[in-house]
Design a protein around this ligand. Structure first.
Ligand code: ACO
Length: 326
């Protein structure tokens, strides 16, 4: 099979330095380390900073790993649901901080935002953009009531980034080496969706705090992850056994385990980081992906299944063929 003509050439992560353990939370809330660990899988989380700061740091790491700087980037996509401010887009600040040459925009699809961004990035490359920096970053602590035990134990802050580059930057070249029956480039099957009738299940008014119908979100999350991941795999012509690494949204370990069970993907092929990060929304998938890549869990040509769900309710799954085209 020919190598893809575009791929992921760099990745990076950023977490606030302040660690908040379950025991820390139990000092102020009617909760316990045992409850949070057994119901969610979360042991501690990182809290602090702004989306612009964390996104720039993760982006800087991704660029450094690829041996690039901002002047090499033609497009920055920042997936976030907690922008620093309403106007302008937080991507403008990140664009400035990294000295990016091309365009930039924010994308809000909640916890599915990074995978939505991946589809948008692949589309940009297919139409001639040579390099896209895709960042997922959120500071959910800014919109979480610290006195609400039903949400304060779950949500936290972080950022993850990947750099996507084509070998030549031209659509013609990107299509040249596409394997028969496969789309050009590294992104194979995808599945995007939203159920707007469920938008009230999880949300935050301007200036307010997150509210969530946890158990209903839980039920839907398992169902959505399984059906969306299955659809993306089917569109890729792949089966669960072909997946080298499954990178699900990191909301609750029980959701991940139930989805893995139904998909037939074992924990040895699943990336989990939420025990140390909590739910970081758009950052959760790239954080888990970056950690797995740093740990050497990915090799060129591996099929990586990414799947996110979140407020909206949105969902997005994609199969990415890992490796650099350069
Ligand atoms: N500590 C102790 N007790 C708690 C806590 C807590 N932190 N939170 C809730 N409880 C209590 C409840 O009050 C309830 O008590 P009751 O039985 O006396 O009424 C009991 O625990 C059970 O509550 P449930 O909500 O049924 O607990 P559940 O096992 O469903 O776990 C949780 C709750 C962790 C929120 C789970 O439902 C969940 O993870 N849901 C999905 C959340 C999610 O995926 N969100 C992601 C959306 S992503 C995005 O867009 C940001």
């Amino acid at each position: 099979m020919s190598a893809p003509r575009w791929g992921v050439t760099g990745w990076g992560a950023a977490l606030p330095t302040r660690v908040v353990t379950n025991a820390d939370l139990a000092e102020k809330l009617d909760t316990s380390d045992e409850w949070v660990r057994t119901r969610t899988g979360i042991r501690e989380r990182r809290v602090g900073g702004l989306v612009s700061e964390l996104a720039a740091e993760a982006g800087r790491h991704a660029l450094a790993r690829a041996g690039c700087d901002g002047s090499d980037v033609e497009l920055l996509i920042l997936a976030t649901t907690t922008p620093d401010q309403a106007v302008p887009a937080t991507s403008s600040k990140v664009h400035h901080a990294l000295g990016i040459a091309g365009g930039a925009y924010d994308l809000n699809a909640a916890c599915a935002g990074f995978v939505y961004g991946l589809v948008a990035a692949a589309g940009a490359i297919a139409t001639g953009t040579s390099s896209v920096l895709l960042v997922g970053a959120d500071c959910l602590s800014r919109i979480t009531d610290p006195l609400d035990r039903s949400t304060a134990v779950l949500f936290a802050d972080g950022a993850g980034a990947i750099l996507l580059q084509s070998s030549t930057g031209s659509r013609e070249a990107a299509e040249l080496d596409a394997p028969p029956g496969m789309p050009a480039g590294a992104l194979l099957g995808t599945d995007l969706g939203v159920d707007g009738t469920a938008y009230e299940l999880l949300g935050c008014e301007h200036g307010g705090y997150m509210t969530m119908e946890g158990s209903e979100v839980f039920r839907r999350a398992v169902r959505i992850t399984v059906s969306s991941a299955t659809a993306a795999l089917a569109r890729s012509g792949l089966k669960p056994d072909d997946v080298a690494l499954f990178v699900p949204h990191q909301a609750n370990l029980r959701i991940i385990e139930a989805a893995c069970d139904r998909l037939g993907i074992g924990s040895e092929r699943t990336a989990v980081i939420l025990d140390r990060t909590g739910n970081t929304s758009a950052a959760s998938i790239p954080l888990a992906l970056a950690e797995a890549a740093d740990a050497g869990r990915l090799s060129a040509g591996d099929y990586v299944l990414l799947s996110g769900f979140g407020a909206g309710m949105t969902w997005a799954s994609a199969v990415l063929r890992w490796g650099s085209p350069l």
